[in-house]
Design a protein around this ligand. Structure first.
Ligand SMILES: *Cc1c(COP(=O)(O)O)cnc(C)c1O
Length: 503
């Protein structure tokens, strides 16, 4: 394992192996190698097929059947990463990545993650690393102000923000808080009456959370959306479903509007939904996983108008906000509701700071006990780029999506299926003859597969209102307009071939 320093000889055992796994000089040497490796990776990333082209089980064929008994050098391991791991990687950081919602990694996001991993603190309560808790509260207030969230979500206004790993966790935590708030009032045995609401476009995270929190599966409502409403949750339709449940003796308690749905970036009307929720005393959680970041731009802030009426709000900073995975920002109006549902205080965690009640113990705001120092990453991103630049990055993505939308609209063989709101365009190829309209979905499936199999770009699909559409999501950090234009030419070329070969 590299050349041993003489002062490291204390760490050499009888077999001659270096046994201290955190030798500072080896850390420096290997760390630099990995940074160089990644810098080359980002420089050359456009050369790799965007979507991994391997078959299931490919890796087991290549790797030994057991871990090595003796140490292996980092050089050999990095070589195997190139030969064995890279082919099985789908390159989310590629400039030609337009699938799902892209993951916008960045230098600052990476460095923040590296520092956090390096310190490796387990900041479950204030005492376990005061900076981890205090920095988190501060950056969450900064970010709340950038999003123009009302004072009630800030620590100074009695609310507060917390970093979760993912939106799934944020929804589960808030849903659990809401569940206990209502059950403490009506009795634990009433759990079978509690009903959760979303739309048929709501992320499956809501259903999963309801399932984990013990809500009866029959009491999960996915209110139907329509093309006329651009697939947004209609408050009147919600009220009808809620009223019918109340008439049957059920207890509505949680509704989750989405800002930027996963299939088509639809925006559920927050004000109208909150008004219904207020009538029926429900907890409103706003899931802005993808589009929340856009609200730092004044021209997009209106999509969360009415947020002051909601109980909680979350967005994924690892989705469209230049933080490397994972980083979900959650704000709640009433932290005590979370704490009541999620706190534990075993003897071995007792300490003066907690007892003074002057500190936040974030372990009581989340599912797990252990927690990472994630705020370091967010802090580096906010400081390294600044608010003005972050807005420019997002606007740049929106502009590129607009550009793509224009290209689609200019080619009569295609249509834009739903109006674009943020940086994603939903489009499809139209069957040339009216009598072929039943084949539209299959045609687009074949088109998308042809594009992805080429390795030159990657996009994924959604089906809304029975229509199969291709989602072109701009947001990968390295993407420039030339990548968008080139990808459109690829789509046109593949479309020509798919159309020519249809039967
Ligand atoms: C991506 C996404 C989620 C899931 O996010 P995780 O962080 O993976 O849990 C939930 N809701 C919406 C609207 C999303 O776009």
């Amino acid at each position: 394992m590299g050349s041993l320093q003489t002062d490291a000889l204390d760490f050499v055992n009888a077999d001659g192996f270096q046994v201290n796994p955190l030798d500072p000089e080896e850390f420096r040497r290997q760390g630099h190698m990995v940074i160089d490796y990644l810098a080359d990776y980002y420089r050359d990333i456009h050369k790799y097929p965007v979507r991994s082209q391997v078959n299931p089980g490919y890796l087991r064929k290549r790797l030994p059947s057991a871990a090595p008994n003796d140490p292996e050098p980092i050089e050999a391991i990095l070589g195997d990463i190139t030969h064995d791991i890279l082919p099985g990687i789908t390159h989310w950081m590629s400039p030609n990545y337009f699938a799902y919602f892209p993951a916008s990694g960045s230098t600052a996001g990476f460095l923040g993650e590296m520092l956090s991993t390096g310190f490796n603190v387990v900041g479950f309560n204030w005492m376990s690393s005061p900076a981890a808790t205090e920095l988190e509260s501060i950056v969450m207030d900064w970010l709340a102000n950038m999003l123009k969230l009302p004072e009630c979500f800030l620590f100074s206004g009695g609310g507060g923000g917390v970093l979760q790993g993912t939106t799934c966790e944020a929804i589960l935590c808030t849903l659990t808080a809401a569940r206990d708030r209502v059950l403490n009032r009506i009795g634990r045995e009433q759990i079978g009456k509690l009903v959760v609401y979303g739309s048929d476009q709501t992320h499956c995270a809501l259903q999963k959370a309801a399932q984990i929190a013990g809500i009866f599966p029959v009491n999960f409502r996915a209110v139907a959306t329509t093309r006329e409403d651009a697939f947004a949750l209609n408050p009147a339709a919600l009220r009808d479903v809620v009223a019918a449940d109340v008439a049957r003796g059920l207890v509505p308690f949680f509704v989750c509007p989405t800002i930027g749905t996963t299939s088509s970036t639809a925006v559920d009307p927050v004000k109208g939904i909150c008004a219904v929720a207020k009538e029926y005393n429900m907890w409103v959680h706003i899931d802005a996983a993808y589009a929340g970041s856009a609200c730092i731009c004044p021209e997009f802030r209106h999509v969360i108008d009415g947020v002051e009426m909601a109980d909680s709000f979350s967005f994924n900073a690892h989705k469209w906000f230049f933080n490397n995975l994972d980083c979900c920002c959650l704000w709640v109006k009433e932290p005590s509701a979370l704490v009541k549902a999620l706190s534990t205080s075993p003897e071995y965690l007792r300490n003066k700071a907690t007892e003074s009640k002057q500190v936040v113990d974030y372990k009581d705001w989340q599912i797990a006990l252990s927690r990472r120092f994630r705020s370091l990453k967010l802090w580096l991103v906010l400081r390294s780029y600044g608010v003005a630049n972050l807005r420019n990055f997002l606007r740049g993505h929106v502009k590129m999506a607009k550009h793509f939308e224009g290209l689609v609209a200019a080619d009569g063989r295609f249509e834009v299926v739903v109006p674009r709101t943020f940086a994603m365009v939903c489009f499809r190829l139209l069957p040339p003859k009216p009598e072929e309209s039943g084949k539209a979905n299959e045609l687009n499936q074949r088109l998308m597969e042809a594009v992805n199999a080429s390795g030159q770009a990657y996009m994924t699909h959604a089906v809304v209102g029975g229509v199969y559409m291709i989602r072109f999501a701009v947001g990968a950090t390295l993407t420039e307009e030339r990548h968008v234009t080139k990808t459109w030419h690829l789509v046109q070329k593949q479309a020509g071939e798919v159309l020519a070969s249809r039967t």
